[in-house]
Design a protein around this ligand. Structure first.
Ligand code: C2E
Ligand code: MG
Ligand code: MG
Ligand code: MG
Length: 259
């Protein structure tokens, strides 16, 4: 580990550090194996229209079946190791195959690396065609960090995806360095508000004020708006009242295998 003290850089070593590194390498080795054996699979979580309670669509979320790690551990690990691209493709391919025959919207998470991959468009066209999945039913979720780091490339890429007929969602809105300029400049169709704000309903006036403002902003820009992490009926009622169109969370159902 590193520490700066009195203008000097100190490098330290502890046995635990070595242990941590070893288990990381081990996890990475196992993740490679899991990818080969297709043990990374999509689970699906319902997205619901708050007013009617009708299902609007499904989000596909990667799961490591068997003795695997949870996604909030293996996705960052895969991102660091340059493997997340393979996860995205595997999840996307399987999710398209599983849901092609349903008349349902599907949303999918794309890591920054996958979004900027130069073969993305060609590959998407091929797999959409392979499963007969209409582009307009697919929504790609991107996060704010990728917009900030590569604004020019991202704008061109999102534009090209829109031209193919796909839809774009901004995931975890408010969790990073949100900028209003993304919303005015980029071809975004759906804002997914981070679940930390939903968690503050009834508890934090600030969270409620932010939620109200983002919902109004989305309405004024003609964008769809979704609240993540809806767990309790009071949260749903509150969101419905302020005019949020869509919700997702344990109240409506956890991510689970399609059947
Ligand atoms: P996300 O895209 O924001 O997905 C929503 C996360 O919130 C999921 O976590 C879901 O299980 C969780 N969640 C849903 N409803 C509730 C709720 O009511 N309360 C709480 N506390 N949590 C809820 P999960 O499945 O652990 O995934 C974590 C993150 O990993 C995802 O966050 C997404 O950013 C990433 N991820 C998952 N699958 C993929 C994938 O195939 N590719 C990429 N690049 N990232 C993925
Ligand atoms: Mg998501
Ligand atoms: Mg996400
Ligand atoms: Mg999210």
């Amino acid at each position: 580990y590193q520490a700066k003290r009195g203008g000097r850089l100190w490098l330290g070593y502890t046995p635990e550090l070595d242990q941590g590194l070893r288990s990381r390498l081990e996890a990475l080795q196992r993740l490679r194996g899991a990818l080969k054996k297709k043990q990374i699979q999509p689970y699906f979580q319902p997205i619901v229209e708050l007013r009617s309670g009708v299902r609007w669509g499904l989000e596909a979320l990667a799961r490591w079946v068997g003795e695997g790690l949870p996604p909030d551990l293996f996705i960052p690990l895969a991102e660091e190791a340059g493997l997340v691209h393979q996860i995205d493709r595997l999840v996307l391919c399987q999710a398209l195959r599983l849901t092609a025959s349903r008349e349902e919207r599907l949303t999918l998470n794309l890591s920054p690396r996958s979004l900027l991959d130069e073969n993305l468009l060609r590959w998407l066209e091929r797999v959409l065609g392979q499963w007969g999945f209409p582009a307009h039913r697919l929504w790609l979720e991107v996060t704010e960090s990728v917009l900030m780091d590569n604004p020019v490339q991202v704008r061109a890429r999102l534009g090209a995806l829109k031209e193919m007929g796909l839809n774009i969602a901004l995931d975890d809105f408010g969790s990073g360095y949100s900028s209003l300029s993304y919303l005015s400049e980029l071809p975004i169709d759906l804002i997914k508000i981070d679940r930390r704000f939903t968690a503050g309903i009834g508890k934090s006036q600030r969270s409620e004020a932010i939620l109200r403002s983002v919902v109004a902003l989305a309405q004024n820009l003609g964008l769809l708006c979704l609240a993540e992490g809806v767990e309790r009926p009071e949260q749903r009622a509150w969101l419905q009242e302020v005019g949020c169109a869509l919700g997702q969370g344990y109240l409506f159902g956890p991510p689970q295998a399609l059947e």
